[in-house]
Design a protein around this ligand. Structure first.
Ligand code: MCA
Ligand code: AMP
Length: 504
């Protein structure tokens, strides 16, 4: 028996003094330092009584210890459940309850709020702060630096990542060891990652992009990462000379292009820039090449599937496309109504199948059945076409989703909060173009007859319940929502009416 994910990502580095994590202050942690910390954390978690398959809910700032906590969960056979640091207590309590997490690991500043929630759901609670302090590492310090890896099968679950849904209820995407491992292996190969690579890592580590794509690919190649707490323009510009590669959401690249210091001199030594999580505008791709001489490599993925397609490393990286299906991934374009495959070149829904595709949504068999076909194809909800050269183009979404700065926002979740507020008849939340975030959230409100909703009070209600990145940037009150003959709200008309609201 073995533990394929741990053995391949982490185990191969046992005893190696090679650099793994480089911090902005110059500190360098070796693979072995990192593995020692992971082993110590694994001891703490198992000694508190956790057993394989238990869920570990984690809402902490990005730090080497936070990443070691992920490694510890893999080594101990626990299911890692990372959560956006922006989530409110209301949101967290849903995730903890829905997942049945056995322990919650949070920043000390949220301890007072989360302790009663964890207690009421019979979960333990430990703290881990951005500087590595807190109860988790206090206990870990006394633990041995090695841990006997728990046996796991490739089909065993390694992580739950929650993703919102069109009904407003988040779903726990169950990812197996094989899902994560197969994708990491493919991407490292396709993007030519080696032990010499130094990845500039400025993404959060609670989502697929920063956790699995960036970290797993670096780990599998034996490379190192400049591990920044977040995307800060000055820090990124200062770190670039020491990096060979960078991964980011389009906002990273538009922010870099907004600074004249980001030029071909600064980037001449770079090997690769990868973009994903949201559409990269063709004009950004072109501007980037003009400025730096590099063509950004755009790829396409989802929480449920990891990465599905990528532009080629060698060959033409085409602006406005997400490239070809990755090796081992099947991709087809189907008719949303019949599910039949459409003729080449037609626009339809994108479906994917492969070792990267998740196992289903935790305890939601109906939702799983609605999106994951019995033959293994997953209905992504994205609309696309395949051109004559085989490049996949994403042309829209068959799901009501806003992507702001790489974060997914489901309008339904916000509409449910707004609809409840006094004086409101109904609302429609839409995404409109935004120069920095790509899209941003606009709330359109219709007043109940004879009433005047208090939009400021409505924003306060939203702030209490939902993470900051989901908040509408503006609420506007109109007389009535546009509807089609079936009575369905025509959000496309609203999106068109307000498309210039945030454009400069
Ligand atoms: C922060 N804010 C946001 C966002 N981020 N609002 C909307 N959308 C956002 N993405 C809030 C802040 O709390 C702040 O609120 C205000 O907006 C402005 O903050 P700012 O300082 O400009 O933001 P930032 O802290 O610099 O963050 C922007 C960011 C960050 C760097 C683009 O959001 C980010 O790192 N995004 C990456 C997300 C990501 O990793 N996605 C991958 C998901 P206030 O004004 O009140 O202070 S995985 C995925 O999608 C699939 C699998 C895939 O294909 O990868
Ligand atoms: P998430 O639910 O956070 O995993 O986000 C997945 C969604 O992000 C996909 O279904 C797409 O709509 C979008 N996405 C990811 N990468 C790209 C890309 N390169 N271009 C356009 N959309 C993308």
């Amino acid at each position: 028996m073995a533990n394929p994910l741990f053995d391949r990502l982490f185990g191969t580095h046992a005893g190696k003094a090679t650099p793994f994590i480089r911090l902005a202050d110059g500190t360098v942690l070796s693979h072995q330092d990192f593995l020692g910390t992971a082993a110590q954390i694994a001891h703490v978690l198992t000694q508190t009584g956790l057993t394989p398959g238990d869920r570990v809910a984690v809402q902490v700032e990005k730090s080497p210890e936070a990443l070691a906590l992920y490694a510890a969960c893999v080594q101990a056979g626990l299911i890692f459940l990372p959560l956006n640091t922006a989530y409110t207590a209301d949101e967290l309590s849903y995730f903890i309850e829905n997942s049945g997490a056995s322990v919650v690991i949070c920043d000390s500043r949220n301890e007072a709020t989360l302790t009663p929630i964890a207690k009421s759901l019979s979960a333990g609670l430990e703290t881990l702060n951005a500087n590595g302090s807190g109860t988790l590492m206090d206990q870990a310090a006394a633990m041995p630096l090695s841990f006997v890896t728990v046996d796991r099968e490739g089909s065993d679950l390694a992580a739950f990542l929650y993703t919102s849904g069109t009904t407003g209820r988040s779903k726990g995407a169950m990812l197996t060891q094989d899902n994560l491992l197969s994708n990491a292996e493919t991407l490292a190969q396709e993007w030519r990652f080696t032990a010499d690579d130094v990845l500039l890592h400025a993404l959060p580590i609670f989502h697929t992009h920063g956790l699995f794509v960036a970290s797993n690919v670096t780990l599998i190649a034996g490379g190192s990462m400049i591990f920044l707490p977040k995307f800060d323009l000055e820090t990124v510009l200062a770190a670039l000379p020491d990096a060979t590669t960078m991964m980011g959401v389009p906002t990273f690249y538009t922010r870099l292009l907004g600074d004249a210091r980001f030029n071909s001199d600064l980037t001449a030594h770079m090997r690769l820039f990868v973009s994903g999580s949201a559409p990269l505008l063709a004009e950004t791709h072109v501007q980037f090449e003009t400025r730096t001489g590099h063509r950004i490599l755009e790829r396409y993925g989802m929480t449920e599937t990891n990465m599905n397609t990528s532009n080629p490393y060698e060959g033409d990286r085409r602006a406005g496309t997400v490239g070809f299906p990755l090796p081992g991934v099947e991709l087809k374009i189907t008719d949303p109504a019949s599910g039949e495959t459409l003729p080449q070149g037609d626009v339809g829904q994108i479906e994917v199948r492969g070792p990267n595709v998740f196992k289903g949504y935790w305890q939601m068999p109906e939702k799983t059945a609605a999106e994951l076909r019995a033959d293994g194809f997953f209905i992504t909800g994205d609309l696309g076409r395949i051109d004559a050269d085989g490049y996949v183009h994403i042309v829209g979404r068959n799901k009501d989703l806003i992507i702001s700065g790489g974060y997914n926002i489901y309008p339904k979740e916000i509409e449910l909060v707004l609809d409840e507020q006094p004086g409101v008849l109904e609302t429609a939340v839409i995404g409109v173009p935004h120069p920095d975030f790509g899209e941003t959230v606009l709330g359109v409100v219709v007043a109940a007859p004879g009433q005047t909703p208090d939009t400021e009070a409505m924003m306060v209600a939203v702030q209490k319940q939902l993470a900051r990145f989901k908040h509408p940037r503006k609420l506007i009150v109109i007389d009535e929502l546009p509807r089609n003959t079936m009575g369905k709200v025509q959000k496309n008309i609203l999106r068109d009416s307000y498309k210039d609201m945030f454009q400069t």
